[in-house]
Design a protein around this ligand. Structure first.
Ligand SMILES: NC(=O)c1ccc[n+]([C@@H]2O[C@H](COP(=O)([O-])OP(=O)(O)OC[C@H]3O[C@@H](n4cnc5c(N)ncnc54)[C@H](OP(=O)(O)O)[C@@H]3O)[C@@H](O)[C@H]2O)c1
Length: 280
């Protein structure tokens, strides 16, 4: 049994589809809302309702599971890993972050590094995925674009190699189902650096109209983000968007094509697939 956490999310959705399409069985998807799973998951995928923040709810979800796809930081990762080990899970594919390598001082990277270490010390086999920023982060812009307002972003001309969540899913599927990936740590990026200005243009091309962009200061962006994320997390996100980027964060990695045999998916592909999210 393979259990996919974050199963309704950016990675989990394509991962369950890919696993199902490639014949991986049995499959279970974890969501806090099993009612929603009935329509979200491919036919034949078992839905289980559990909350990763409540480890006591995980026992039924982990029953019979041998391979676990774990999205980090949705609950107490130490407790989740202990529950997985107790349930007899043999292999965990963990979504961590490239910031463990590029920005190890940031709070989220410290958390992810701790989880990686716990997993390595757990006695279970492991594969660690360290993606860079996701193409799907531009969904933050959807309300403005739907309202025909300019996208307001700082660092509009700083390019980073945003990764399509389907490519993360492709690597996760291989790690969950094929030999040779245990004990590996994979940094995952898209095929090329792309700036926010170019991302807005690509979304505009997918919509068939101009998507205007207004560059704002870090201070203005911080005010808006801190309301949702808190001041410290907003600072970290702004550093990663452009305030403190380094060569390691800017580097295009060959991991996706090397492992999947296909080129990493470009931003315009994600924009075309998700154009409806930006339509009124
Ligand atoms: N975004 C980036 O740029 C970036 C970069 C590097 C690493 N990462 C890492 O990537 C991961 C996020 O992956 P993603 O984008 O696929 O996730 P996501 O789409 O943001 O969310 C995944 C799913 O998690 C579920 N969830 C949330 N809280 C939960 C809880 N308490 N218990 C159980 N399920 C819960 C939600 O499903 P339900 O509502 O159905 O329960 C949600 O659909 C995180 O570990 C993040 O640190 C992200």
């Amino acid at each position: 049994m393979i259990l996919v956490t974050g199963a309704t999310g950016n990675i989990g959705t394509p991962l369950l589809s890919q696993l199902h399409r490639h014949g991986a069985r049995p499959l279970r998807g974890l969501t806090r809302d099993a009612g929603r799973a009935a329509t979200a998951f491919p036919a034949g995928v078992e839905a289980v309702a559990a909350d990763l923040a409540r480890t006591d709810s995980l026992k039924p979800a982990l029953d019979g599971v041998r391979a676990l796809f774990l999205v980090s930081r949705l609950g107490d990762d130490a407790a989740i890993l202990a529950a997985a080990r107790e349930a007899g899970v043999e292999h965990v594919v963990l979504v961590s972050s490239v910031t463990v390598e590029t920005h190890p001082h940031l709070p989220a990277a410290v958390d992810n590094a701790t989880t990686e270490r716990l997993l390595k010390d757990s006695g279970m086999a492991w594969t660690i995925l360290r993606p860079t920023q996701f193409t799907s982060n531009t969904l933050w812009w959807a309300p403005a674009i739907r309202a025909h307002q300019p996208v307001r972003v700082p660092y509009a001309d700083i390019g980073l190699p945003a990764v399509h969540p389907s490519d993360i899913a492709s690597v996760a599927r291989l790690a969950l189902t094929e030999p040779g990936h245990q004990g590996q740590t994979y940094a995952l990026t898209g095929p090329a650096r792309i700036t926010p200005r170019e991302q807005a243009a690509a979304i505009g091309a997918a919509l068939g109209r101009d998507v205007p962009l207004a560059e704002i200061s870090r201070a203005e962006a911080h005010t808006g983000m801190a309301a949702f994320l808190g001041a410290e997390q907003a600072d970290a996100v702004l550093d990663l968007m452009g305030g403190d980027v380094n060569d390691a964060l800017r580097a295009v990695r060959d991991t996706v094509p090397r492992l999947t045999g296909a080129p990493a998916l470009p931003f315009h592909r994600w924009a075309t697939e998700h154009a409806d999210a930006f339509r009124p």
